[in-house]
Ligand binder design. Structure first.
Ligand code: PEP
Length: 254
């Protein structure tokens, strides 16, 4: 079976100005390479739009990748205030987070719009970090498997097996995001195994062995190791704890 490396993604959301972004990335790279803690790992940071270009320039020639937190579902046109994959591609960005629960909740992004975003991201050869996850109410009714399955069926599973190679799936139970509450390690492993089985049923063994499934939801430097050691957890999407350099370094080292 193909061995998957671990992937750690920092989602900085609407945090950090120019100075904070650039000094974090410079210091992070310095320490990561001094301590050689990037071995067999993929590390991705998603800063805000205005700082993607400089962040990408700083990390040129290193193994750090920079991702956008969103894109518009078309390439250009009269969409005041929006940013497209066509623009991001021209500054060397190759990865994007789509389907984050904050986009779904505050910007009312539904699965059909997310599929449009997926199509345009694939057109520009982006890697897509696609988030799925249930609400607290859905979990309390034991509907989490049904919800995650339908989120995938209406979006990612409309892609071909070749296109699916461009995805990382992030399982993020909404009730665990930014709340300090986490799903238990067993709950996470069970959901990840379920997601991998859906990929198996849809695309077969090689795709299901290869697809990266990350956990997100109140990961910190104390619990990261236990999450990352679950069989089907290939790493994490980290919000709050990625904003402190020492914490994020400890998570990467986990
Ligand atoms: C996120 O927003 O993707 C996330 C996982 O946030 P936090 O780590 O703060 O829960």
């Amino acid at each position: 079976m193909r061995k998957r490396k671990k992937v750690v993604i920092a989602n900085w959301k609407m945090n950090y100005d120019f100075y904070e972004t650039t000094s974090f990335i410079r210091n992070f790279l310095k320490i990561v390479f001094e301590r050689k803690i990037n071995h067999n790992k993929e590390i991705i940071i998603a800063p805000s739009f205005p700082f993607l270009h400089i962040s990408n320039q700083i990390s040129q020639g290193t193994t750090l990748n920079i991702a956008a937190q969103n894109i518009h579902h078309t390439d250009k046109g009269s969409y005041t205030g929006e940013v497209s994959s066509y623009m991001l591609k021209s500054i060397g960005i190759q990865k994007v987070i789509l389907g984050h629960s904050e986009r779904r909740e505050f910007f009312l992004e539904k699965n059909n719009l997310l599929f449009e975003k997926i199509k345009i991201a694939l057109k520009y050869n982006f890697n897509i970090i696609f988030c799925v996850g249930e609400s607290f109410l859905e979990r309390s009714k034991n509907k989490q498997f049904e919800i995650v399955k339908s989120q995938l069926e209406e979006t990612v599973f409309r892609c071909t097996s070749d296109e699916v190679k461009s995805f990382y799936i992030a399982y993020e139970p909404i009730w665990a995001i930014g709340t300090g509450k986490t799903a238990t390690f067993e709950e996470v492993q069970i959901m990840h195994e379920f997601i991998r089985s859906l990929f198996f049923d849809k695309y077969g063994e090689s795709v299901s062995n290869r697809i990266y499934i990350l956990y997100g939801g109140s990961i910190n430097d104390l619990n990261a190791k236990d999450f990352f050691s679950q069989k089907d957890v290939d790493g994490g999407l980290v919000g709050n704890s990625s904003l402190k350099l020492d914490k994020f370094l400890r998570i990467v080292q986990s």
